[in-house]
Write a protein that binds this ligand. Structure first.
Ligand code: DC
Length: 656
């Protein structure tokens, strides 16, 4: 899938069972593989990053059998059976760092590589520390970065091993998990600040579950006993992913009421993961947060108050803090995320990516080497619909989905969420309610324009005259001397149309074209350019960008079938060719144009035939659309009919 269009959302509620924690899953997989005995891993995350770890462990000869959602891992007792292997670890940092450290003590020859971005993510501090322990590791290409070649070590760690803690805490975690394989008694001292501390606490906790207890001194030095060995704990349950929970908790804080909050299942009060603290930050911003043993729920602040902006040292929760950067759009006052330099060496440079994409939506942002400040929108700086780039970064895609509470969005390359949460967008759809749409399709002069705009006015909804976009494209092509049959050139013009709708006037590049675009020759051009698939796809997001709160009435030919297939109500308006031609003639005569009934009728039938027979999004009555024949109906009656149908659907929708 190249993109996913999200309509503006108006509320959230419901419950989501979280996928297993990525950080715990990959650590538990490695520890189970290194332990003596069999571990049954329950609720393990099934995603790209864990798949890379499992493939690597398989290549190293570890036996893993999946059975009914449980993975049985037969540990190898500290030595991987394969003495040689070439491992590809994608962009999975947790797998790359921890395997580098473990393999350094395994006595074989291994190569480790990943995607191009992985080759840009530094690993020198870990390699330096491992070399001090006697490991023999070479950089296959660039000094300090993957790919790596690992050879049997030339000795054992002796005394104190120093490691830097200020680039990635995964270096320390990887080293700590690997040291028991060396068999030596070792002390690890962290140099510089230790970032993302909760992840190290998680590592120690998991090592203890697998039988190795590490003594800590003031959180900066760690002692491993000699002869430590990992032992399988039997059954091991992976906690739900607290970083994944952050999106749903934020959705609750933005759009859920206290009696119908958004609840995440799988992580709660006693969470191992530092990112569970995110819920506390939301509470500080005013959200109503409730903690259970194995769940957390969130809802909007009390008394209709907005969230409040926050200044946060986000060093301990770098991943979940990304969610705050987008939640900040709904807060009163600025939000500043400080001490987040590690964002720059993650899946992408997340400070740069987050700033660029927020700015694309017209949001004001200030960024520095290690901070990001978000200034919430106001009347002069509204959030605008935009195409959001995701930089092959799952968290960018998931974070920006929250921006759909402010404006419709197109998320590019949404499948990148598979890194940690393959079913993210399905879960999102289940717990959010989009602004409602009424899709009104029908042939030319069936009365749908008049009926649609009146229905929109009665409901206080936005109105989209999609035909106007095809007309404007035809007009722009004519102005530019582009042939209406030149698909690529017309599509390019459609993509770049500079249009604004103000009341019932339409402006093209600032010029009022309301009248000229309705002329017969432009109608003919519109029907020709509308048959070109590239033009239709160029105009798709422009139409979906009208899908805003409190709701939309869209009028056209493919509103129900293509543009808004999930519309709350779909109406197919029609009338006989005779009646439609009569209406068109009187319309033209009112405007002072000369109109010949038989010419108009022939034109209208030709246009109908083109609209119905074209291959791309032909005019059809959608299966789930209701038919409204206006031959014998006045405008008022037609409007009332649609409003009644909508009221019924709306009631049914609320009841669901
Ligand atoms: O509704 P209208 O007459 O203004 O539409 C102008 C042309 O655009 C018409 O030939 C059909 C085409 N059109 C379309 O193909 N799809 C739409 N959603 C709307 C209009």
């Amino acid at each position: 899938m190249r993109f996913l269009d999200l309509p503006q959302m108006i509320s959230a509620s419901g419950s989501v069972t979280l996928p297993g924690s990525k950080s715990i899953s990959n650590r538990a997989l490695l520890l189970a593989a290194l332990a003596e005995g069999v571990t049954e891993l329950h609720s393990l995350l099934d995603s790209d990053d864990t798949a890379r770890m499992r493939e690597a462990l398989s290549a190293l000869g570890v036996e893993m059998i999946a059975d009914n959602g449980v993975l049985r891992v037969t540990g190898c007792g500290g030595r991987f059976p394969a003495r040689q292997a070439s491992l590809f670890l994608g962009n999975a940092g947790t797998a790359f760092r921890s395997l580098t450290a473990a393999l350094a003590f395994c006595g074989g020859e291994y190569t480790l590589d990943g995607v191009p971005r992985m080759r840009e993510r530094p690993i020198g501090d870990l390699v330096d520390a491992l070399r001090c322990c006697g490991a023999r590791i070479e950089y296959a290409q660039k000094e300090g970065f993957p790919p790596l070649r690992i050879y049997p070590s030339a000795g054992r760690p002796d005394g104190v091993v120093k490691i830097r803690g200020d680039v990635s805490s995964q270096f320390l975690s990887g080293l700590l998990m690997a040291l028991p394989l060396s068999g030596a008694q070792t002390r690890v001292a962290v140099e510089g600040t230790l970032i993302s501390r909760p992840y190290v606490a998680m590592t120690l906790n998991l090592m203890a579950r697998f039988g190795v207890t590490v003594a800590q001194e003031d959180g900066r030095a760690f002692s491993l006993p000699s002869g430590a060995r990992y032992r399988a704990p039997g059954r091991f349950f992976v906690e739900g992913d607290a970083s994944s929970a952050s999106y749903f908790l934020a959705l609750g804080a933005i759009g859920a009421t206290a009696d119908s909050p958004v609840r995440v299942e799988g992580v709660g009060k006693n969470a191992l993961q530092g990112d569970a603290q995110f819920a506390e930050v939301l509470a500080e911003m005013g959200a109503r947060v409730t903690w259970g043993e194995n769940w957390i729920s969130a809802a909007k602040p009390a008394d209709g108050k907005p969230l409040t902006g926050i200044r946060l040292d986000a060093n301990a929760i770098p991943d979940a803090a990304m969610t705050l950067a987008v939640a900040a759009l709904y807060a009163q006052g600025e939000t500043e995320l400080a001490n987040i330099a590690s964002w720059r060496v993650k899946e992408t440079d997340r400070i740069a990516a987050m700033s660029a994409e927020l700015r694309r939506m017209n949001v004001r942002v200030e960024e520095g080497a290690d901070f990001l400040k978000i200034i919430p929108p106001d009347a002069e700086h509204p959030v605008l619909p935009a195409l959001i780039h995701t930089y092959e970064d799952h968290r960018m895609a998931m974070c920006f989905s929250l921006a759909a509470f402010a404006a419709p969005l197109r998320i590019l390359d949404p499948c990148c969420v598979a890194k940690t949460f393959p079913k993210y967008f399905e879960c999102l759809e289940r717990v959010t309610r989009p602004a409602p749409v009424i899709a009104m399709d029908g042939p030319t002069a069936s009365g749908k324009g008049t009926v649609s705009s009146r229905v929109a006015r009665a409901l206080g909804f936005h109105y989209l005259d999609s035909g106007a976009l095809y007309r404007l494209t035809a007009l722009e092509a004519r102005n530019a001397g582009v042939d209406w049959a030149d698909e690529a050139a017309v599509a390019e013009l459609a993509e770049r149309l500079d249009v604004s709708f103000r009341g019932d006037r339409v402006f093209l590049r600032g010029q009022d074209v309301s009248q000229i675009m309705r002329e017969e020759r432009i109608s003919v051009g519109a029907s020709k350019v509308a048959a070109l698939p590239a033009v239709r796809s160029a105009l798709l997001f422009r139409q979906r960008a009208f899908h805003r709160a409190p709701g939309l009435v869209g009028d056209g030919r493919d509103m129900a079938s293509v543009v808004f297939p999930r519309a709350a109500l779909k109406v197919f308006l029609t009338a006989s060719a005779e009646i439609r031609a009569e209406r068109r003639v009187s319309q033209l005569r009112e405007r002072g144009e000369i109109a010949d009934f038989s010419v108009i009728r022939a034109d209208l039938e030709a246009r109908d035939a083109r609209d119905r027979s074209r291959a791309a999004a032909p005019l059809v009555q959608a299966e789930d659309a209701v038919l409204l024949d206006t031959d014998a109906l006045g405008i008022e009656e037609a409007v009332m009919r649609v409003l009644d149908w909508y009221a019924e659907k709306d009631e049914a929708g609320k009841a669901r």
